[in-house]
Design a protein. Structure first.
Length: 287
């Protein structure tokens, strides 16, 4: 039994290292000089004499830089103003979506989990169906609604559909189902109403679920590409995810931009790691 457990742990550790490998490569390569990166990755995207004659062209993948430099970070932050502009565009889209969806989802989840009203289960089933639909299915209705509301080609066209998405409702409802109803009954006996129960009892008990939701929403909407491309026609209003997909030029700048792009997600996950794991366990596995 102990041997099997040890092998399982070693296997999971290897999988974890493989998953972290791209991040490690991006970080080490962002510290290399442009000359070194050009030598190592020059064959990519180029039709050299070797490729034209059918010969193999190899990339020299290196793990550690010969010389550590931060020059590419300086170029990106000091001489690429579009990068910082798109970064704040991303923050201006993602933060309102997270705040709005978390607030709406918490209130709706409380109603679905602890209140009894006609059509509750049918309405929640509709939420599940909406959550299972791919983005392409709701694209045209969202586009029409944004146009009718006068939000097309404005940030609100991206923010509003995100605020009222169904995923957060489903996740927090599954978490709230595990809260014993006895707490609510005791609060009602003390004269507490639904608002006080929600704020003083429910929210403190689901903070790990809300932390997990925030992390998942941040990763999802920080990486969104289709919504900004469709709803925002002005390139200067589009987020960093769109800018990064179009970034070309020096290899060092590309690696540095990718590392800075990942940094907010990594820092958020490390900060909320405990709550995130606990929230996913309760709302996902036991839900």
């Amino acid at each position: 039994m102990a041997v099997r457990k040890g092998l399982l742990t070693a296997g999971l550790g290897m999988i974890g290292l493989l998953l972290l490998l791209p991040i490690a490569i991006t970080f080490t390569h962002s510290l290399m000089t442009e000359q070194e990166l050009t030598i190592d990755y020059g064959p990519i995207g180029q039709r050299t004499e070797a490729t034209e004659t059918g010969a193999d062209t190899f990339v020299n993948l290196k793990w550690l830089p010969d010389k550590v430099t931060l020059e590419q970070y300086g170029k990106l932050l000091m001489y690429t103003p579009n990068y910082l502009l798109m970064f704040w565009n991303s923050a201006g889209l993602v933060v309102p979506i997270i705040v709005g969806q978390t607030a709406v989802a918490a209130l709706a989840a409380y109603a679905f989990a602890k209140l009894k009203f006609r059509g509750r289960d049918s309405l929640f089933l509709a939420y599940l169906l909406a959550m299972l639909m791919p983005f392409q299915v709701t694209l045209v209705p969202n586009y029409i609604m944004a146009d009718k509301l006068g939000l097309l080609h404005r940030p609100g066209a991206v923010i509003l559909p995100g605020v009222f998405a169904a995923f957060g409702v489903f996740m927090l409802r599954q978490f709230m189902l595990h809260i014993p109803y006895a707490y609510i009954e005791a609060a009602k006996m003390d004269g507490a109403g639904h608002l006080r129960i929600f704020l003083t009892i429910i929210l403190p008990m689901v903070k790990s679920g809300m932390a997990a939701l925030v992390v998942l929403l941040f990763v999802d909407y920080w990486n969104m590409v289709e919504q900004p491309l469709i709803f925002l026609d002005d390139p200067f209003k589009q987020p960093l995810s769109v800018f990064l997909s179009r970034l070309t030029g020096e290899w060092g700048t590309v690696f540095a931009a990718s590392m800075l792009y990942m940094s907010p997600m990594l820092l958020l996950f490390l900060y909320a790691e405990t709550y995130f794991i606990q929230g996913v366990q309760w709302s996902g596995i036991k839900g």
